[in-house]
Design a binder for this molecule. Sequence first.
Ligand SMILES: C[S@@+](CC[C@H](N)C(=O)[O-])C[C@H]1O[C@@H](n2cnc3c(N)ncnc32)[C@H](O)[C@@H]1O
Length: 298
Amino acid sequence: MTWVHRNYTKGFDGISRAEMLSAGLKQVSERFFTGEEFDLTSSAYAGFTVKEVSRGSSAEDVIINFKATIPSPYRIEKLKGSKRMGSLSYAFMAEQYLGGDIRASDPASIILIFTPDDETWIAGFLTEKEDSLVEKFKGITERTCVSMTLQAALAMVHLAPNEPIVDPCCGTGLLPLASLLLKKETYAADNNYKMLRMARINRDNLNLDIEMPHKNALSPWIEDCCLVSDFPAERSWMSNTVDISMKLFKTWIPHIKSFCVIFPNRVLDDLPDNLNITQKVEFTADRTIVIGTVHQPA
Ligand SMILES: C[S@@+](CC[C@H](N)C(=O)[O-])C[C@H]1O[C@@H](n2cnc3c(N)ncnc32)[C@H](O)[C@@H]1O
């Protein structure tokens, strides 16, 4: 069994949990999820994984029962809150029961001992998150939107139904670029040249290949995709104008197969009926990510 440790910041609880569940994991505690297989490198919110070797009712139990060949030298760590640290007392126990060469620096393997639910103790081999897509994504330089993080963009693509992805309001390009990093067929545009200039710089920094043309999202320009978008807010905060996000969404419905889009909570009651909504995920700034498919007339 694999244990996945979730690493998220305030406001991103909903989307990080949804990402873990969409990968087929089961939640065991606030931080820990379990499953058989997990792709750590492409995950937005997973911090590290542990391949379970033993379980028991105490740290000593799991060390005594640790029946596996341990690549040496190895390090023993424990988890306190969400922080990992070396443990001298567990290292002494491991030396006594397991032998091998224990060393704090440059180990060939790390054994983590933890209790995900404050009852069961687990020991297993820890895998660090290395060469991850989140790290690669940090190569972008142009950003305007503070509430859409790189992780949130990757997680939204993980949550999106499995059609090619289109973001007709791509701004600086976080969503389509996340989609390309995840090797999905992707289309993007925006109606603002300044945004497109930034999006293209980000694209080039990541060495990705996508056209980012100037187009008005109020005239849909592609069929049968999954709409993944962080819509623009309404034009005026002072007036009661029609919310542009719902207007854009309704314009695209006849042209898409599925969607994973962000709405302000106050417009959710206006969602049309001809939708099969599979998930609503709480997001930052009083917004919700709405995911589902469209029933197109035959
Ligand atoms: C909330 S921002 C998207 C931010 C984006 N996720 C990012 O990574 O920067 C909304 C975007 O919608 C664009 N937009 C507004 N009205 C549009 C329209 N009618 N057609 C296309 N894009 C539009 C804006 O230029 C802006 O870039």
